[in-house]
Design a protein around this ligand. Structure first.
Ligand code: SF4
Ligand code: SF4
Ligand code: SF4
Length: 247
């Protein structure tokens, strides 16, 4: 029997679900090994008996929360895909404004018809078995994850910071140009795509480890006279719900 797979979307742009479709011919290899039973972007639901469930999107409405509880109930293994599901993502930008402010700002005098809450990652509501971070998630990482699960192998995310990949790419560090980049504290796995194309890392893959925070705390001060507080102050775009306290 092929494992039954489902892909769900909560509040998001659904870019991570779309990334699965973008695998094109490589998706065909996966489709031969699994049975897709639920995929909002691709088909009419067939079954709620699910071995492996993927969720993109944050919990940002009472409806999201209800749907997520139902999803968790029906999935043996649940995987958060993308920054929205793993961290709350860009949806959390509204949180500091306060509900009394963002609801009428977006919906005007119709706000009462559109229940909305502070955005949070799905792990704030249900147990999550795996996380595939990034905005969008890295397609190759998704493929590697599915291959590991199907083969019964252990899957692990990279435990190094984006700086490692950035240096491998031969980039001049943006700190040399006076730009505060979140690469030193962010989980690698994206091939440092943003700094490689001249933009600072915004930490869409989340904080990699306490050790990275400690190292950044020392190194950035020594090399560039930048404090970790300055760096963490920039952790806004994907930053909510991450523990940034140094032990
Ligand atoms: S993580 Fe990014 S690409 Fe994925 S659903 Fe959220 S906003 Fe879209
Ligand atoms: S701080 Fe940013 S630009 Fe500098 S090496 Fe790290 S990822 Fe690259
Ligand atoms: S460089 Fe940073 S912001 Fe860009 S994709 Fe990688 S983790 Fe995300």
């Amino acid at each position: 029997m092929k494992p039954k797979v489902a892909i769900f979307s909560l509040t998001s742009c659904e870019g991570c679900s779309l990334a699965i479709l973008e695998l094109e011919d490589r998706l065909l290899d996966i489709l031969g090994a699994v049975e897709i039973v639920n995929f909002r972007e691709g088909m009419t639901p067939r079954s709620w008996d699910i071995d492996l469930g993927f969720v993109d999107g944050a919990v940002s409405t009472p409806e999201d929360e209800k749907e997520l509880l139902t999803i968790r109930e029906h999935c043996k293994v649940l995987v958060a895909i993308g920054a929205c599901a793993c961290l709350g993502g860009i949806n959390t930008l509204k949180n500091p404004q306060g509900k009394d402010s963002y609801a009428p700002y977006v919906y005007g005098d119709q706000a009462k018809w559109f229940p909305t809450t502070d955005a949070k990652p799905i792990s704030a509501v249900v147990d999550v078995d795996y996380q595939l971070p990034g905005c969008p998630m890295v397609k190759e990482e998704f493929l590697r994850f599915v291959q590991c699960i199907l083969a019964g192998r252990t899957f692990r995310l990279p435990e190094t910071a984006v700086c490692v990949e950035c240096k491998k790419n031969g980039n001049l560090c943006l700190y040399e140009k006076g730009v505060v980049c979140l690469g030193p504290i962010t989980r690698a796995g994206c091939e440092a795509i943003c700094p490689t194309y001249g933009s600072k890392c915004e930490a869409c893959r989340g904080i990699v480890s306490e050790d990275a925070l400690k190292a950044a705390n020392i190194n950035l001060q020594e090399q560039y006279d930048v404090s970790l507080e300055d760096v963490l102050a920039d952790l806004r775009l994907f930053g909510a719900h991450q523990d940034t306290t140094l032990p």
